[in-house]
Design a protein around this ligand. Structure first.
Ligand SMILES: NC(=O)C1=CN([C@@H]2O[C@H](COP(=O)(O)OP(=O)(O)OC[C@H]3O[C@@H](n4cnc5c(N)ncnc54)[C@H](O)[C@@H]3O)[C@@H](O)[C@H]2O)C=CC1
Ligand SMILES: O=C(O)[C@@H]1CCC=N1
Length: 273
């Protein structure tokens, strides 16, 4: 089996490792570098993977190295990894928001690099990941990256790297938009008098059902929306209120802010490295 190293053992690493293990990867083939002792213990206890306090040891011998640290931490790990990466020239996969392939090449060397953007539903195998490769990635390595991220859910290759910040704004951050909408729906229902537990259960199941119809039914969101909307009915009243309050503009602004923040995160790293 492929030896995979994760640099950073936080939320996303845990989600991706969970997916790999569910799809037949052996815990012994996965090494994780994580500076926090409590996080290392939890990863070993819960997932059976081997954890290390230093990045170099974790990455040594790996065929695939997944960089799962915060964007701001990325430049700080180059010193640990540069030599070990040069020696073996593994496939480098970065999941960091904003961080560009040219920056990764500058910090870690001329390696096969895949920049990708997964999301937290990877934890339950329902993730969505956009991937973008540099020219050094072979067809076999592309398939390998697809295998690693594919265990977490749906994958799409993005040819134009500039669009990775849009992928981040759409599916990377998207689960949080969805949760914010659910919070608002629950709060409105409670304000109208519904008990909190009923509001929570009905909102969650509504979202699950709607999500499944989108992914399993083969019809687009507009068609499904129209089917709910009886002429002059309750849904029409709500949707007209959304439109009057500018929902599409609100969403476009929010996704613009997310995309801009991704580019800013990367630019701030150019200033310091
Ligand atoms: N949370 C999310 O929804 C998503 C996050 N991402 C990206 O994934 C990356 C990780 O995010 P999270 O897992 O949410 O963050 P996290 O904070 O849960 O995990 C980062 C881990 O890196 C460790 N770390 C810190 N310094 C380190 C070092 N020098 N060497 C090795 N490990 C170190 C931390 O102790 C922590 O456990 C970020 O770059 C983020 O942009 C990508 C997609 C979705
Ligand atoms: O908020 C963030 O920066 C990360 C990237 C996408 C989701 N979480």
């Amino acid at each position: 089996m492929t030896q995979i190293a994760f640099i950073g053992g936080g939320n996303m690493a845990r989600s991706l490792i969970g997916g790999l293990l569910k799809h037949g990867a052996a815990p012994g083939d996965i090494n994780v570098a994580e500076p926090m002792a409590a996080a290392r213990e939890a990863l070993t206890r819960d997932l059976g993977v081997t954890c290390h306090g230093d990045n170099k040891t974790a990455a040594a011998g790996a065929e695939v190295v997944v960089l799962a640290v915060k964007p701001q931490v990325m430049p700080a790990i180059q010193g640990d990894l540069r030599d070990v990466l040069r020696a073996k020239s593994p496939l480098l996969i970065s999941i960091a928001a904003g961080v560009r392939i040219d920056q990764l090449e500058r910090w870690f060397g001329a390696l096969p690099i895949v920049r990708c953007m997964p999301n937290t539903p990877a934890l339950i195998g329902a993730g969505a990941t956009g991937l973008c490769a540099n020219a050094a990635v072979s067809a076999a390595q592309k398939a390998k990256a697809q295998d690693v991220l594919g265990t977490a859910g749906v994958t799409r290759w993005i040819d134009d790297e500039a669009l990775m910040d849009t992928v981040t704004a759409l599916s990377g951050s998207g689960p949080a938009y969805f949760f914010a909408l659910v919070e608002a729906m629950e709060a409105a229902a409670v304000a109208q008098g519904l008990p909190r537990d009923a509001a929570r259960a009905l909102a969650a199941q509504t979202c699950l059902g709607a999500g499944r119809m989108l992914t399993e039914g083969g019809e687009d969101a507009a068609t499904l929306r129209q089917r709910v909307t009886s002429p002059n009915g309750t849904t029409q009243a709500a949707l007209e209120s959304f439109a009057a309050d500018g929902l599409p503009v609100i969403v476009a602004h929010a996704m613009g802010a997310a995309r801009k923040r991704g580019a800013e995160l990367a630019a701030s790293l150019d200033e310091t490295t």
